[in-house]
Ligand binder design. Structure first.
Ligand code: PRT
Ligand code: MG
Length: 217
């Protein structure tokens, strides 16, 4: 039987996740043949003839993997929490693109009493976080520039990712609660885990090994 053997497909976003994935891909002998910043191509071959990359928006990675358009993907825990993780396994923490999801308010004001108005792109995470704490919140969905919302009276607080804290500081905000530690995870389509068991497991083994070596260095 000569059924066409399809390459294993990994969905990844360009920007910090792609850049921070490069050392791992090199260790797997699966370095991409081009960098997405230098190419308009959204499908990138790698040194590994059996593995290709799809360049997609960070928030779309779980969707590609959930529906099997990609067998594997690399996504931030923030994106996975917001997506919900349906149809995905999340076997490995790649420990890259790390940051914190935090609740922030205007400096010196603290959290107001009573119902809280929170502006965020992470509506689902925010609702879940506050529901677990029995606190009433109204979420206001934004797609960017969350840091602006409190100073113009759109919200009492924001939920956003924080790395150095420079963006918050530049907008007069301060963290009142750190909610989740964020890093990027390797995710696997549930059907691919069964149907392409051997090849997917080989990638998982190689990643695990590379991460162990790195942790010892
Ligand atoms: O940017 P684009 O609209 O294309 O998509 P995206 O924002 O979804 O992707 P990208 O590449 O910016 O982020 C991809 C993933 O990187 C996120 O899903 C996180 O898992 C992870 N990550 C790690 C971060 C940060 N650190 C980070 N600091 N994502 C975003 N930020 C932003 C943050 O939202 C805020 O605007 O950086 C700013 C804060 O940084 P500091 O250093 O000023 O605190
Ligand atoms: Mg961004």
């Amino acid at each position: 039987m000569s059924a066409k053997r399809h390459k294993l497909t990994v969905a990844v976003s360009k920007g910090r996740i792609f850049d921070e994935c490069l050392p791992l891909l090199s260790k797997l002998k699966a370095a991409p043949v081009a960098h997405p910043d230098d190419s308009r191509r959204l499908v990138l071959a790698t040194e590994d003839a059996d593995l290709r990359l799809l360049i997609v928006r960070a928030a779309d990675v779980p969707t590609y993997v959930q529906y099997g358009a990609a067998d594997l993907g690399v996504a931030g825990k923030d994106v996975l929490l917001e997506h919900g993780g349906e149809g995905l396994y999340e076997p490995l923490d790649l420990r890259i693109a790390r940051c914190t999801m935090a609740l922030a308010v205007l400096g010196g004001t603290g959290l107001p009493e009573g119902r809280l108005r929170v502006a965020t792109k992470y509506v689902r995470c925010t609702r879940r976080y506050f529901a677990a704490r029995g606190r009433q919140v109204e979420t206001i969905k934004l797609y960017g520039s969350m840091e602006l919302a409190p100073s113009v009276g759109l919200a009492d607080a924001i939920v956003d990712l924080v790395d150095t804290g420079d963006t918050l500081r530049a907008n007069g905000l301060e963290i009142v609660e750190s909610m989740y530690d964020i890093s990027s995870r390797l995710v696997v389509n549930k059907a691919a885990m069964k149907m392409k068991h051997e090849r997917v497991n080989d990638v998982l083994r190689r990643c695990t090994h590379a991460l162990q070596v790195e942790a010892r260095e």
